[in-house]
Design a protein around this ligand. Structure first.
Ligand code: SF4
Length: 427
């Protein structure tokens, strides 16, 4: 039996919400962070950050929690001589790339990743990538994107990376049958589960990004794509400019979100209802059973989301509808109304949604509301914990496989664990 909170037939939830818009000081990581999960996904790619020692430290400390024998990322450090214009940065970069590719013949796709320092000195990385391609293509393809923290949130690094690959995707042949593409980085285990579910419905599909740069999916007017992540506005736009059509759906978080996401593709490809039911019934029931345990802990707890990963609205929908939590505030860095349409419709009318951030004002609201659990960036977690507020690091929700039926209870566990820990400490 489904335990999802039913929505009244005449309810449009938060579809027409007027968010509280704030444009003040923000506390977020920069787009370089995306390299941590992107380099694990595309197994023959290398991410060369063109940046400062700060950028190198950020990447190393973020990646330091995971162990890799041979990392596929690094930083070409811009030093004082470069900043003072005493060295030809393009020449230096060519030299570093040449050395790297000679030492690592396994690299087939190289990203030159811009940073705040490279943008400050107006280093044109697209020109550098073009020049490198003339030297190294076809053995290696060189692309560029910006991971700068100047006006971004950390998940936008993935968006910029994927968007940079879209122009190079092969064109699908005119007149070929519609084909499904899932867009956004998913852990391999989740990808395998999704593929299996779609295949049970008789659907073949491609994933973008692929696991290897030599297996780029074709795109064209026959492509119908589902977003697996909510932060891919530029990538979606780039795919649409190649003729692909977006299938609007909630995101595959929780049982309800996963079912609706799969259903959007099933409907677009004419899968019979009984085939869909047969393909999804067993994993759906397993997930609902596993969620019940978490619901006992989380039901009635009040949760506050600071804007960080852009996953906040789908997560809020999941914890409210499937776990019975109360939404105090749902902050998001950007509100993309079109991509969020299906999610907003499922949020209870009157939910306080904020877009952007003025961190001091938001902290004041949070402290006044005294929620049971706060989802926020690392920089805010410690000060809030010190005030007796239980927190969950937003970045963990991006690093952990959380999509799909099999992960629904794990996702709920990420919210219940800090509450259980707090209870134990208080006992
Ligand atoms: S890109 Fe900018 S925000 Fe990110 S680590 Fe480098 S200097 Fe800091």
């Amino acid at each position: 039996m489904s335990t999802v909170i039913p929505i009244r037939a005449d309810s449009t939830g938060c579809t027409d919400v007027v968010p509280l818009v704030e444009r003040g000081q923000r506390e977020v990581f920069c787009g370089l962070t995306g390299i941590i999960w992107l380099h694990r996904k595309i197994q023959d790619a290398f991410f060369l950050v063109v940046g400062s020692r700060t950028c190198a430290h950020l990447i190393q400390s973020a990646a330091g929690v995971m162990i890799f024998a041979e990392p596929r990322f690094g930083t070409a450090i811009i030093d004082e001589r470069d900043l003072a214009g005493l060295a030809d940065v393009h020449e230096e970069l060519d030299r570093v790339v040449g050395q790297l590719l000679a030492r690592r013949p396994d690299i087939r796709l190289l990203f030159l990743v811009g940073s705040c320092p490279s943008e400050v000195i107006k280093l044109d990385l697209s020109r550098a990538a073009e020049r490198q391609n003339r030297i190294h293509h076809p053995a290696v393809r060189v692309l560029n994107y910006s991971g700068s923290g100047i006006e971004t949130t950390f998940t936008q690094g993935e968006d910029a990376c994927l968007a940079s690959m879209v122009p190079g995707l092969p064109a699908s042949q005119a007149g070929t049958a519609p084909a499904l593409m899932v867009v956004g980085t998913l852990a391999d285990v989740v990808e395998d589960q999704m593929r299996q579910l779609f295949e049970r419905m008789g659907l073949q599909l491609s994933f973008f990004p692929p696991r290897h740069s030599q297996a780029m999916p074709a795109v064209g007017a026959n492509t119908r794509f589902l977003l697996a992540q909510p932060f891919l506005a530029d990538t979606a736009r780039a795919l649409q400019s190649r003729g692909a059509q977006h299938l609007s759906a909630p995101f595959p978080l929780g049982v309800e979100g996963t079912t609706a996401w799969l259903q959007a593709a099933a409907t677009a490809f004419g899968v019979a209802p009984e085939v869909f039911e047969q393909a999804t019934l067993a994993p759906r029931q397993r997930a609902e059973k596993a969620l019940a345990v978490q619901r006992d802990i989380l039901h009635g707890q009040r949760i506050f989301f600071f804007p960080d990963s852009q996953l906040e609205i789908p997560l809020a929908r999941f914890v409210q509808r499937e776990l019975g939590m109360h939404l105090v505030e749902v902050g998001t860095p950007y509100l993309h109304r079109q991509h969020m349409a299906a999610e907003l419709a499922l949020l209870p009318a009157g939910t306080r949604i904020s877009e952007g951030q003025d961190v001091d004002l938001q902290l004041d609201r949070c402290l006044a509301d005294a929620p049971d659990l706060v989802v926020c960036g690392l920089g805010l977690a410690n000060p809030l914990e010190a005030q007796g507020i239980t927190t969950k690091w937003a970045i963990e929700l991006v690093f952990t496989p959380i999509q799909g039926y099999e992960q629904a209870a794990d996702l709920a566990g990420l919210f219940s664990r800090p509450l259980k820990r707090r209870l134990k400490l208080a006992a």
